[in-house]
Design a protein around this ligand. Structure first.
Ligand code: KG4
Ligand code: ZN
Length: 365
């Protein structure tokens, strides 16, 4: 292992990192430069393979990563006009995520690193999401991130590279998962979030009284299963044709989610301020950050709290490899060493191992 030069040096600014992301249902590869230039960036979704099952099937995901990863890397290197010898390192997501897919990315990354004598970086997928605002907008520490996707629902205070405090997490479903399940219930396809948002735009959010789980309660944790069950009961109780209630129920669900996210995030802002008075930004990241209602409500909250608001561009909100390469570059420039070639893959890998657990079972790391 060797100590890396800083990005503040010319060598750090021009360092090129290949990133691989295979933790869920996107195979992604990217080359990013130390100064934040994304030289090449490809994402290949497996949506079609999983859609018939209404969710991600781990075995199908792993096989699909094996089938496309080599080709995607070759195309990405060609896009960048680079050979492996031009790289300063290879970074792969090694957790948290689906173990089969993680193994595909990690083994591939390690093999390229070994063959070309390059440093290997084992990157935490959550760290990739959390550091994306620095890649996209050059945001300075400290900032608060609301990470909302199909697999994650967390509030993280980032005070430096490798310095993350998890202020809140979900005690049951991730918010994207709740969107997907409610969408399925309403007869929409997978992934349901975008379709549900479109349907909700035609509905009346006030028609159905839906619960706002944990609203007003102390702390910053989330819970969505009660809301999901309430939607299920209301949908079953309807006797009129779906056209008269589906959009209203979608709008009601989306409004309840937005209220909950805003309430929990407000608490997290208070907790973050108590820890670091110079908090500058509220950032929303993850696939659900694509939801315009959620974004607008969070932007309003940020304004009320005197914080700047940022949301990475949509292509970097969802899973991608630019964030993985970037996280490795950040670690490198902060003086962290690269990782050994026997670095493990981990289905669970909390960003903040010391975080207080959420109440209840089924807590997402
Ligand atoms: O970050 P992402 O692409 O993948 C991971 O889950 O890691 O997030 C996908 C999730 C899915 O649950 C999807 O339904 C949700 O983000 N999503 C949305 C919207 N677009 C994507 N949820 C609500 N509204 C949207 N417009
Ligand atoms: Zn993700």
């Amino acid at each position: 292992m060797h100590q890396a030069p800083s990005t503040s040096t010319p060598a750090g600014q021009t360092a090129l990192m290949l990133g691989l992301e295979t933790s869920c249902d996107e195979t992604a590869t990217a080359v990013v430069r130390g100064d934040g230039l994304v030289v090449a960036d490809r994402v290949r979704s497996q949506l079609e393979a999983h859609a018939p099952f209404g969710g991600v099937v781990p075995e199908i995901a792993a096989r699909a990563h094996v089938e496309v990863l080599d080709l995607l890397i070759a195309r990405t290197m060609a896009d960048a006009g680079l050979g492996f010898g031009d790289l300063a390192g290879i970074a792969a997501t090694t957790g948290p995520g689906l173990i089969g897919g993680l193994m595909v990315g990690a083994v591939t990354g390690k093999a390229i690193a070994a063959a070309h004598g390059l440093p290997f970086y084992a990157v935490n997928h959550l760290e990739g999401h959390v550091l994306t605002p620095r890649l996209a907008d050059g945001i300075a520490f400290p900032y608060l991130v609301l990470l909302v996707s199909g697999g994650h629902c967390q509030l993280v205070l980032a005070t430096g590279v490798g310095r993350y405090r998890r202020l809140g997490t979900t005690i049951d479903d991730a918010v994207g998962e709740a969107f997907d399940k409610v969408a399925k219930l309403l007869g929409l396809g997978y992934p349901g979030g975008p379709a549900l948002e479109r349907l909700a735009a035609e509905g009346d959010p006030a028609r159905f009284a839906l619960p706002r789980p944990l609203l007003g309660r102390p702390g910053c944790h989330f819970s969505f299963s009660g809301l999901k069950t309430a939607v299920l009961h209301l949908a079953r109780a309807q006797s009129a044709p779906p056209a008269t209630w589906r959009a209203d129920l979608a709008a009601g669900f989306q409004a309840a989610v937005a209220d909950t996210l805003v309430d929990r995030t407000r608490h997290a802002v208070e907790a973050a301020r108590a820890a670091t008075p110079d908090l500058g930004h509220l950032v929303v990241a993850g696939g659900v950050a694509a939801n315009a209602v959620v974004r607008d409500r969070l932007e309003t909250l940020a304004g009320e709290q005197g914080l700047a608001f940022a949301a990475p561009p949509l292509r970097w909100c969802g899973d991608n490899a630019a964030m993985i390469a970037w996280a490795a570059l950040e670690r490198r420039s902060a003086g962290f060493a690269d990782d050994p070639l026997d670095a493990p893959v981990r289905a669970r890998w909390p960003l903040d191992p010391g975080a207080e657990p959420a109440i209840g079972a089924g807590i997402k790391a």
